[in-house]
Design a protein around this ligand. Structure first.
Ligand SMILES: NC(=O)c1ccc[n+]([C@@H]2O[C@H](COP(=O)([O-])OP(=O)(O)OC[C@H]3O[C@@H](n4cnc5c(N)ncnc54)[C@H](OP(=O)(O)O)[C@@H]3O)[C@@H](O)[C@H]2O)c1
Length: 396
């Protein structure tokens, strides 16, 4: 029986609140706070368990500390934006409360994400006797757990990992992003990179692509991007020689993105407009569809997983672990499309692991550093069943 404080009432926050409410034997009290109070109230009104709502600017450590002290939660579950990670971690330190998020910190004025800023809290969290679990979404999150599970049960050494992320759904809009547009577009338009033989190799944005055959979805073009879970996995997976991350995009999405880039709408530096400073990408976010509203009439599926190559008992081995999630089914259950769903469910499961003591250790941790078995079991139990495909390689 525990009290959870969820920060952020967007697409993912809605799913987290609903999934926590389904598991009332663990989450006996839920508080949902965000920058805009009515968004919290809207989520709470759609859930048949009582949810307390609050307004907070999570960039302000003082406001966060006051909110935590008022409600005295056992865990703060951060599904606001990556910019808020550090102020929320500071507030958790000040109040002695555990912390969980789904995306690593990014400075607002530079599209660059790395764990360094959050890993710097390792000693202070450990000294305070509190825990932070980083990246408990799908990717990062479930993909890290898939890697830990493959390492524990299927390989002596994993040599190559390709994380493959496909959204083969159709939301019916000419252009929309499936999670926060600002964060999504910053991720895609920065340089890509992958890790091979001990070093990072940088590539121009979206300059490397490949047709990938996704189980239950079919062949889609995947683009090589940098993704944050690669940074911790290179440290925690035995014998790794290469790790890459691929995400699929349709031709219409790429065309829209190119035009938006060409006209300067994806810039993150402020420009002067009618006497005011505005950031073009933030303005673009204001006119694009809200990811949380995309679920209605969304058809098709997501397929996200990891393709492994390595050695077991002296033999070469290839396999894939993956999940397929149906947009319409996710919508029916939570009023959200599959991208919010596949992020919100693992966030709830990560919190459940911590609050039930199955994953509990003072310090700052990435997902693959814990026993994957209870998390894998919980995925099956809470709506994200997974499968194993023996012999699967990236090329076939
Ligand atoms: N690991 C994964 O697999 C994965 C996948 C997708 C997304 N994510 C992460 O999940 C998080 C949420 O994504 P989303 O799609 O739900 O985004 P979203 O729909 O834009 O929701 C973000 C929410 O955070 C709130 N917020 C923003 N700044 C705040 C502040 N200073 N104080 C308090 N609340 C604030 C927003 O409030 P307003 O509405 O008032 O602006 C909004 O309700 C993001 O960090 C994203 O990167 C992770």
């Amino acid at each position: 029986m525990a009290k959870v404080l969820i920060i952020g009432a967007g697409g993912v926050g809605n799913v987290v609140a609903r999934k926590c409410a389904q598991v009332s034997e663990v989450f006996s009290e839920i508080i949902l706070a965000s920058r805009t109070q009515f968004k919290c109230d809207r989520v709470a009104a759609a859930i048949d368990k009582p949810i307390t709502t609050a307004q907070v600017d999570a960039d302000d450590v003082g406001q966060m500390v006051a909110l935590i002290n008022k409600h005295n939660p056992d865990l703060v579950l951060n599904v606001a934006l990556p910019y808020q990670d550090l102020p929320i971690m500071d507030a958790c330190l000040e109040t002695g409360v555990d912390y969980l998020d789904t995306a690593n910190y990014e400075p607002i004025d530079e599209a660059k994400f790395e764990y360094r800023w959050q890993w710097d809290y390792r000693d202070s969290f450990e000294d305070a006797g509190i825990m932070a679990l980083l990246g408990s979404g799908f990717d990062p999150g479930v993909t890290n757990v898939f890697c830990a599970y493959a390492q524990k049960h299927y390989f002596d050494e994993i040599h190559h990992i390709d994380i493959v992320d496909c959204n083969a759904g159709d939301h019916g809009h000419p252009f929309a992003t499936n999670f926060n547009p600002e964060i999504n577009i910053r991720e895609i338009t920065q340089k890509g990179k992958y890790w091979q033989d001990g070093q990072w190799i940088e590539i121009d944005p979206m300059s490397v692509s490949m047709d990938i055959d996704f189980p239950e979805v079919g062949i889609r073009k995947g683009y090589l991007l940098y993704h944050e879970e690669e940074e911790s996995l290179v440290q925690n997976i035995t014998g790794l020689k290469r790790i890459r991350f691929w995400m699929t995009f349709g031709a219409a999405y790429i065309n829209h993105l190119q035009v938006l880039q060409n006209v300067g709408m994806t810039r993150i530096d402020p420009v002067e407009f009618e006497g005011k400073q505005i950031v073009p990408l933030q303005f673009l976010k204001a006119v694009l569809p809200d990811p949380g509203s995309l679920g209605t009439n969304y058809t098709g599926k997501t397929c996200i997983g990891c393709i492994f190559n390595g050695v077991k008992d002296g033999q070469q081995k290839n396999m894939m672990i993956y999940n397929v999630c149906d947009h319409a089914e996710a919508f029916k259950e939570t009023g959200a499309q599959a991208v919010s769903y596949t992020t919100g469910v693992p966030a709830m499961i990560g919190a459940k692991m911590m609050l039930t003591g199955q994953w509990k250790k003072p310090g700052v941790w990435n997902m693959e550093q814990f026993d994957p078995d209870p998390f894998m079991q919980a995925l099956n139990q809470h709506g994200l069943g997974w499968k194993i495909l023996e012999g699967k390689t990236l090329k076939q």
